[in-house]
Design a protein around this ligand. Structure first.
Ligand SMILES: O=C(CO)COP(=O)(O)O
Length: 214
């Protein structure tokens, strides 16, 4: 299972979370990546943890102001990027353009989607993975794998019907080892989570619990 921790804009210490994630990944053998604010990519990558961007824009070098350039996040040490997160939705054309930018710079890609229909559309664009995250469950206490297992199974089926090479992750409310195990049982190859780690009193303990059953 892949564990992708999105720090969003939470007021956590990104280097402390990254250091904990690096240590827990090394100790457990579970692949764990951290996606901090773009301005923190360098510092997070320096810890040695697998580092992801939260977003890249569908642009190349040139006259663009206030955008996130794929080359810049790759230079800062990111090896992957989220795209089309529920809190940063793009048009279909812009998802396609962002994936082109990521491919140009060898960034691994996860396109987020609300439901199986959107998962199918996202999978058709050829990302490395898609992540189904029902917006209503994001930031809540109940994991998508418990609250809406059908949507996870539906996403796995939808992506598989379009392109079996595209991995499916799930997210929203994931915070425990049981949540991770339930996601794996439903066919997910990984989880995308945020508040369960970024808002935890002890992010290291939260990460250790997450991977305890893998
Ligand atoms: O949006 C998410 C991850 O990108 C999920 O957030 P939570 O883990 O806080 O529900």
């Amino acid at each position: 299972m892949f564990v992708l921790v999105n720090l969003k804009a939470y007021p956590c210490d990104p280097v402390a979370v990254a250091t904990a994630a690096r240590d827990v990944a090394e100790a457990s053998g579970v692949r764990i990546a951290v996606a901090p604010q773009a301005a923190h990519l360098d510092a997070v990558a320096e810890t040695g943890v697998e580092t992801w961007a939260q977003h890249v824009d569908p642009i190349a070098h040139g006259s663009h102001t206030g955008h996130t350039l794929a080359e810049a996040v790759a230079d800062a040490g990111a090896t992957g990027t989220l795209c089309n997160h529920s809190e940063h939705r793009l048009t279909l054309a812009d998802v396609d353009g962002a994936l082109d930018a990521a491919e140009r710079t060898d960034l691994e890609t996860v396109v987020c989607a609300n439901n199986p229909d959107q998962v199918a559309a996202a999978a058709a664009l050829g990302p490395d993975a898609v992540a189904v995250e029902p917006p209503a469950l994001i930031g809540g206490d109940v994991s998508v794998s418990t609250a809406d297992p059908d949507i996870v199974e539906g996403a796995v089926a939808a992506a598989g019907a379009v392109d079996p090479e595209v991995d499916v992750y799930c997210g929203a409310g994931v915070s425990t080892g049981d949540d991770l195990a339930a996601a794996a049982d439903l066919g997910a190859a990984g989880v995308l989570l945020a508040s369960g780690v970024a808002k935890a009193d002890d992010p290291r303990a939260a990460l250790e619990d997450l991977v305890s059953g893998v």
